[in-house]
Design a protein around this ligand. Sequence first.
Ligand SMILES: [Zn+2]
Length: 484
Amino acid sequence: MSGRPGTAGAAEAPPAAGAPDAPAAQAIEAELTWTGESFEPGMRVEVGADGRIAAVGRAGAGAGAPDGSGAPSTLRLPGRALLPGFVDAHSHAFQRGLRGRAETFPPAPAAGERGGGSFWSWREAMYALAGGLDRERFHALSLAAFEEMRAAGITAVGEFHYLHHDDPEAADWALDRVVLDAAREAGIRIVLLQACYRAGGFGRALETAQRRFRAPSLAAYWAQLDRLAGALDPATQSLGAVAHSVRAVPVGEIAALHAEARRRGLVFHLHVEEQRREVEDCLAVHGERPMALLLRELAIGPETTAVHCTHSEPGDLERFAAAGGGVCVCPLTEANLGDGIPPLAAVPAAAGRLCLGTDSNARISMLEEMRWLEYGQRLAGERRGVLADRRGRVAGRLLTAATAGGARALGLAAGVIAAGRWADFAAVDLGHPALADASADDLAPALVFGAGDATFAATCVGGRWREHRGGAVEPRPSPVAAAP
Ligand SMILES: [Zn+2]
């Protein structure tokens, strides 16, 4: 199909012709459709049997069937607004198992001043979880996270996966396929961001729990990536390469991983500067901050996404964004862990390269991630509209981060309602009380700043729809008679 957007994640392909579970061709006419700029009435989105969008135009404009086989069934969605499904660019699904835990804290070091918990004390709880999970529990937690994502309007996830081994001594990589299986069961599109984890800190051996994360060598890492490539569902699954962080992978190996990822056409992600201690440790060992080190050692381009950048120097972040790098912010997790707030106000170039992640999945809501991305900047800077676009609008910029920005970071042909992209959608219930009185012009900010996930009536991945509990009000988005 010509004109299809680039797929740096590679390994994407339509299902084989005649596949038994291929989605039916359909044309979708929602009351409102998000164009990337605004919600418009009277749009028709045609979806082919390959699960991709075939054409987008005005309803009643005489568009033909997407596959030339006659008129597709028309899915009329009065009372619904059609959005591209959200793309969650950074998740650790198993950490769903910490929800409601790790929220009791030791006495403050100085009473009345500050809490006694920190990222590092949370990490101990996460290690205890990671060390104790068996395959069944790991699967159940992953499935629960992915199911919850769909109900929150998320149709694609970048799963930053580092808990690889069922048997840490054998380094069996047994949990990798469990993640893919759970995603398939939830019907969510996944980019398995396969993480390389090599050290327990700068120059330190792996600790006990970390041995379940380890790549015995870079060669073993790439050999496993090759095995995984052969196990993917090509319609919904692809791969990306990951160095966990500068503390978990020596910088020379990060550079080698990054170069090989580029050679293979894979996206490349890593955690960068989430915690001050990580920055201080890196300065002590390398004499440079992590981002500065990466800019010197790696040929950064659009394939690279830095996750967090909470404590990045604005100048470093500026250079990173100017080189094409993307920034993934995870506001709810960063708030939960007490990380801090990234300096986006000072770096407009980074604000244009944003995507969002649910990270620890203590709460799974892209609407909340969006609003707290802006709210964090407002609280830090004591002003409003920090992430506004050229027209002064914030909601559109936030929706772009949650859709097209995530798709770009994951190398997915998704995140935009346009021909050639995957038919991944979220259908918003315009009859929900939270959206009452919102005009088409108000809808984006009303959704982002005023609504919850119960406004999502249904989601669609690759042309296959699923209704959600919040959408149990008429009309239901099920196919109706063919268009006249
Ligand atoms: Zn993370």
